[in-house]
Design a binder for this molecule. Structure first.
Ligand code: CIR
Length: 254
């Protein structure tokens, strides 16, 4: 059984953190409609949706991915790199306690879930404005005892490692090689984003389905050409808040 933790688009989303984008008006109703469609796609892919309590006063609270990393053996509660996002974690921890033993990332570490890419027993950790060397060190110390290998990677020109690369299968990644060094993933099947779709590397795999953002049809076509079972989801409103597909859920195997 898969559980997808999600959280509603908050009233305050227009005050979200922005790093690489200029602020543009966000249509909350449209963002909510698209977020419901995202939840429906996750449900169709086999997830039970469990909604965290809404947090209207926390502008980035819909982006639950950054607050926790859930593995089979344990869940890590992060310490988000943006100070405004740190109050998001206690309510996530309260729910995840039902499913896993918890390990907490502590100051002076910062770590965003968007920087953590797990492929099998390998964990790649982006060193970004949101994740520092101490965040990498604490995460490594938590995961190495469970037999994971943990490797630091430096993305450039994007918010998180998973803006630049995500897995579409057990050994395949979709990647923007301008944002992360492709040689890090040598030996895996690499599908590069279409050059006109720089943000298309963030796809969300749920079992044998891969969710792709509707704004990136050319990259989706590349995935389909490789035999991937693609479902398109329109996430254009939350993209104005620098959110992509993985950001809006935490998937728990229960
Ligand atoms: C932020 O800057 O924290 C949010 N506006 C966007 C977070 C997106 N999260 C993700 O890619 N994992």
């Amino acid at each position: 059984m898969l559980v997808a933790l999600t959280r509603a688009v908050p009233q305050s989303i227009s005050r979200c953190e922005l790093t690489h984008l200029d602020r543009n008006p966000i249509d909350i109703e449209l963002a909510r409609t698209q977020h419901h469609a995202y939840e429906a796609a996750l449900s169709d892919a086999g997830c039970r949706i469990e909604r965290l309590p809404a947090a209207d006063e926390l502008p980035d609270s819909v982006f639950v991915e950054d607050t926790a990393i859930v593995l089979d053996e344990v869940a890590i509660i992060t310490r988000p790199g943006a100070e405004s996002r740190r109050p998001e974690t206690p309510s996530v921890a309260a729910v995840l306690r039902k499913y896993r033993e918890l390990i907490f990332i502590e100051s002076p570490a910062i770590l965003d879930g968007g920087d953590v890419l797990r492929i099998g027993r390998k964990v790649f950790v982006g060193q970004s404005t949101r994740t520092n060397a101490e965040g990498f060190r604490q995460l490594s110390a938590a995961l190495i005892p469970f037999g994971y290998s943990v490797q630091a990677v430096t993305p450039r020109g994007c918010l998180h490692l998973k803006s630049a690369v995500t897995a579409f299968s057990d050994d395949g990644v979709v990647i923007n090689p301008e944002w992360v060094d492709a040689s890090t993933f040598k030996g895996m099947q690499l599908i590069t984003v279409d050059p006109s779709e720089s943000s298309a590397a963030n796809v969300l795999r749920v079992r044998d389905v891969v969710l792709c953002a509707a704004s990136f049809p050319r990259t989706a076509q590349r995935l389909r050409g490789a035999g991937v079972n693609v479902t398109m989801v329109d996430a254009s409103e939350l993209a104005k808040a620098e959110g992509a597909l993985t950001c809006c859920s935490v998937i728990v195997v229960s």
